[in-house]
Design a protein. Structure first.
Length: 202
């Protein structure tokens, strides 16, 4: 169990979504259930046609809703990044969700280590299940102990580490130095985070 964080800086959670309204409630509830409470949640609706707006409206003013013409996940993340007011930022895909202490545990490390730009956690994987059943959660981390490195960009490019966008909590001042590339549709997160990891320890 983590110790209480030393201060209470705002953490922004940016969720891009395109026709993922069915998954959003779980993602949003995981954000609202965080042990760390000083967060803002920004959902960027990338031109959905599935009732995503109505799903978000059900959460009231707990969630900031932004709609844009369908432009791709990178453009949606970039829009959320530009709007983020927090000192730290976490990108969360609409079909992912956070464990309850996810923000608190990673934030604690960033507050205690001013030279670190990003904290990356391991992730669990849960495949889609048949209707009416619960799929098992698998946990197969490639890194089994805490490390600090200024060469994570190499490990990422060489696929020596398992990585998911939602696992990274970043100092917003660092995150806003770059944008997700909008001209590619696969590996845009790798391109973005390679730059992030190159510029600061993780």
């Amino acid at each position: 169990m983590t110790q209480p964080v030393m201060s209470q800086p705002l953490v922004s959670i940016v969720i891009p979504s395109y026709n993922y309204g069915a998954f959003l409630p779980k993602a949003l509830q995981s954000c609202l259930s965080q042990t760390y409470k000083n967060i803002e949640i920004i959902v960027v609706d990338d031109g959905s046609t599935d009732g995503t707006r109505q799903v978000i409206e059900g959460f009231g003013d707990q969630v900031r809703y932004v709609h844009q013409v369908n432009s791709g996940v990178s453009a949606a993340r970039n829009k959320g990044l530009s709007l983020a007011a927090g000192e730290f930022i976490n990108f969360l895909d609409a079909d992912d969700y956070l464990t309850q202490d996810s923000i608190e545990a990673r934030l604690q490390i960033l507050l205690e280590n001013k030279d670190i730009g990003t904290v990356v956690s391991n992730s669990n994987r849960q495949n889609a299940a048949l209707e009416g059943t619960e799929s098992p959660i698998t946990f197969k981390p490639r890194i089994k102990h805490d490390i600090i490195s200024d060469t994570f960009y190499k490990d990422l490019l060489l696929q020596k580490i398992s990585f998911a966008t939602c696992t990274a909590l970043i100092r917003t001042s660092l995150a806003k130095r770059f944008k997700f590339p909008v001209d590619i549709t696969n590996g845009e997160d790798m391109a973005y985070f390679t730059k992030i990891f190159f510029c600061a320890k993780a």
